[in-house]
Design a protein around this ligand. Structure first.
Ligand SMILES: NC(=O)C1=CN([C@@H]2O[C@H](COP(=O)(O)OP(=O)(O)OC[C@H]3O[C@@H](n4cnc5c(N)ncnc54)[C@H](OP(=O)(O)O)[C@@H]3O)[C@@H](O)[C@H]2O)C=CC1
Ligand SMILES: CCCCCCCCCCCCCCCC(=O)[C@@H](N)CO
Length: 312
């Protein structure tokens, strides 16, 4: 961070939403290996129990508190209840690092959306993290706990494309929220970070691929994808170094540096190089994406007729 001192999770209570699967679980394991007290939160109890067993194996010392809590965090009340439960083993003291990984994507075409699916999209991409940030900030400020809030957005908060209309807006919104909080929470010495991962091979990714339009999958294949362990290691490293925008891999770095605006930078030299490279190649890549979408028209109209959206 400033003065070169890295954040050390040892002995700190880290609270991880979405900690039963994918990136959240991988992050929980890294934090446990590094001596943190870890609370994971998700809805499904069976998966939480299994995750806790894995987490136990990552324990670094006998004194660490490793717990799992079943709550839905996509409401303020749910987030408050989860934080309260996780605070109990610590005499009511709230966690000092919040890793907000809860979320899901259901890619599909815009004309197939309804008011309900769009609201659901915001619920899983935005509110599932925003409410925990709200409940957590209130508690940290009341208790005088100086800590960290880490959002997990997506590279789809830097750009978007066909199929992601129910998801991308919420991930962009998380960026807006993180920008606001990075500024405001300095009042309380709470650091804010936001990570923008590319494709991550997780159970959630397998689930979203069940509804993903074929054209979306095809365009995405440019991105080789990362394992949850790689993404979690990148988030951990970024948080340790005090980076505000955290990206892992050259694709994320290119988009991040090309859209940084006045956001705090990671490295003036590297970000300038990535931005220069992005200035040249991003518009060219985008043209190929537009071309792929146009080539898909005929197949798409057939799809719309087959699913009954258009009369035969
Ligand atoms: N996989 C990918 O390609 C990418 C994912 N991301 C983002 O990374 C984050 C993690 O995704 P991923 O690593 O794929 O993990 P998974 O999709 O495999 O796991 C998601 C986790 O979030 C939990 N969760 C979801 N909704 C809620 C809720 N309302 N309340 C509490 N817990 C909830 C799930 O448990 P349960 O269902 O039991 O509640 C599970 O533990 C998400 O925010 C996702 O949008 C970003 C870029 C790419
Ligand atoms: C010169 C620059 C070339 C750039 C190439 C860029 C390729 C980008 C491919 C798109 C990746 C989409 C990832 C979606 C992640 C996500 O959030 C969903 N899986 C939802 O979970």
């Amino acid at each position: 961070m400033f003065f070169g001192k890295k954040w050390d999770p040892r002995g700190r209570h880290c609270f991880i939403t979405g900690g039963s699967s994918g990136t959240g679980l991988a992050l929980a394991i890294i934090l446990a290996r590094n001596g943190a007290d870890v609370s994971i939160v998700a809805r499904n109890e069976k998966r939480l129990r299994e995750a806790l067993e894995i987490l136990e194996e990552a324990r670094e010392n006998g004194g660490q508190v490793l717990r799992a809590y079943a709550y839905a965090v996509d409401s303020e009340a749910g987030s408050q209840a989860a934080l309260k439960a996780a605070s109990e083993p610590f005499g009511g003291r709230c966690p000092e690092a919040l890793f907000l990984c809860a979320g899901a994507a259901r890619p599909s075409y815009w004309v197939e959306q309804t008011e309900d699916t769009l609201k659901q999209g915001m619920q899983t991409s935005y509110w599932a993290q925003a409410y925990t940030a709200l409940a957590g900030s209130k508690e940290m400020v009341k208790q005088g706990v100086k800590g960290k809030i880490v959002f997990v957005s997506s590279v789809l908060a830097f750009f978007s494309m066909v199929g992601y209309s129910p998801y991308s807006p919420g991930k962009f919104a998380l960026r807006g929220l993180a920008e606001s909080l990075q500024s405001e929470l300095q009042l309380y010495e709470i650091d804010v970070h936001i990570s923008f991962p590319p494709t991550i091979f997780t159970p959630g990714y397998q689930e979203e691929n069940k509804t993903k339009p074929s054209i979306t999958l095809k365009i995405e294949e440019t991105d080789g994808g990362l394992t949850p362990e790689q993404v979690a290691a990148g988030i951990y490293k970024g948080v340790q170094s005090g980076d505000f925008h955290i990206t892992t891999g050259w694709i994320g770095d290119t988009f991040r540096a090309s859209t940084a605006g006045s956001s705090p930078r990671n490295s003036y030299m590297w970000d300038a190089l990535y931005a220069a490279w992005g200035y040249v190649f991003l518009p060219a890549w985008r043209k190929t994406v537009d071309w792929q979408v146009q080539q898909h028209r005929e197949e798409h109209y057939e799809y719309l007729r087959n699913c009954g959206f258009l009369a035969m």
